[in-house]
Design a protein around this ligand. Sequence first.
Ligand code: GTP
Length: 603
Amino acid sequence: FPVENIRNFSIIAHVDHGKSTLADRLLELTGTISQEASNKQVLDKLQVERERGITVKAQTASMFHQYQGKTYLLNLIDTPGHVDFNYEVSRSLAACQGVLLLVDANQGVQAQTVANFYLAFESELAIIPVINKIDLKQADVESTEEQMRRLFDFKEEDFFKISAKLGLNCREILDAVIQRIPPPKSDPNQPWKALLFDSTYNHYRGAVTSVAVVDGRVRQGDRISSAHTQKTYEVQEVGIMSPDHQATQELHAGQVGYLIAGMKSIQEARIGDTLHLSNSPVEPLPGFKPAKPMVFGGIFPMDQSEYRDLKVAVDRLTLNDSSVTVAKDSSPALGLGFRLGFLGLLHMEVFNQRLEQEYNATAIVTTPSVPCKARLSSDKLIKQYKTEEITIFSPAEFPERRDVTEYLEPMVLGTIITPDVHLNRIFSLCEAKRGEQVDFTYIDTSRVLLKYKLPLNEIVVDFYDQLKSITSGYASFDYEDHSYEPAELVKLDVLLNGQAISELSTIVHKDKAYPVGKALASKLKNVIPRQLYEVIIQAALGGRVIARETVKAYKKNVLAKCYGGDISRKMKLLKRQAEGKKRMKKIGNVDVPKDAFISVLKR
Ligand code: GTP
């Protein structure tokens, strides 16, 4: 396929603005998939994506389109929309020359529209503005266009106005992709060189990598090498995704496809790596900015006998999601497990859900934390850590106040877009979260773009949910990393029947310790079921108790209800009780439900 007839592009949009729907339409229009209802949302493959309606893992699909008597190969790379997954967006964009920037005419420009625009703009990609959902009665195409022109400098003639749902004006988009997006800068006559931009794990075949071929060609049987690890492999299969895998003879310059070469581990299929033929080394492509996990949580098996299974499952899932970092962890109450780093709380929840769905493993997830820092003053600790500034990944590592000159916490720069009627409530929320306003701009007659500097610790758990609820869903939010700044931090301990449960402790700002401690204790009271003895829940600061709750004892005799000799009913009740137990973890002498650790942090 001649390189000048290839286009590699992505659709970028705020969550729910219609990416998957538009992708389906484009695949239908090009005859790549049929129009049967059962085929919808083909790019959202994972079960969690369908359930939550968000795209987690970017997927790619190739299609053919006739334009002015010539056949073009269009490679569509799907991108996730949620703020936690911006990293995947930038990864996908590295394989593209252009994007469709999709905005819902009913909602207008949203925070992730802005973030995605800048990702594409900074990568110097061609950007085609598309206004979607024009079929809706409430659609306000005019203001949406005005916002996009004001914020991104588009011209009137740049816009496409479509209904992805009805297929209205979608064919024109295929033509525009060919007219406005340049073909990849590729040379079929140079030695083979490809960008590895994604990988998934297949039980039988190892890593299945997604590659964008920059130069040359590659075939089954070729010996290839990774520029990063220097390891060599024999190519077992290459092909295109359309959208299912279709093996082809070769992958050549400009093409996007999959490549299987017996890579067995996470480290081997590194995202951003350059692949080349073993006998002709090349200049590696500029790699990606590595993902920076900002939310850390422990994962432990329900029972230590399941540790190995959990390890296998975690290893496999991290091959599918290289933005998760993994370290071994151990805890007095929970035994051996892992400490994982995630991009955000949703990312962490999605990971846990996938762990359960795809690997049949249940795990205990501990309270999430963000990495703080401490400047040490104690010579002993400086000697021990061999540095004066340490990063604290878990509350267990938190040094005492007398051993540090100051603590530092990570800040983010948040963008909020909202109708102006909600401003007052947003100001109060951001103030309560210790935020500092740095920008305030009207983007049309009634919508405002706000920028706030906020502590990550304050927003990581439920800021987004709260923002949504005080604005009836009308405000949107996105954030980027900012800096570390000094803060008076304290460690809040939680005790169950007098025993400190390190897995439940958290690091909070001094001013928040009392309300957070109170809330933690009362939430725990609600999630810990009554047991045979009383459970006393305490929150404490450096040994001083600041909140206390009691779960009353309760003698549970499930069989009391069935008088007479109905054996099968008795068995059923016993079984139900045993199942209830299975979801509990004994900590000290208290049965704690496995999701208590994460649920207590939410409102
Ligand atoms: P994420 O993957 O979560 O970012 O969502 P998405 O951007 O892929 O959105 P999706 O395609 O799932 O569409 C979200 C909702 O909008 C679905 O209920 C669609 O049916 C609906 N939708 C998409 N396009 C249109 C349209 O043109 N008109 C109308 N009325 N609804 C649409």
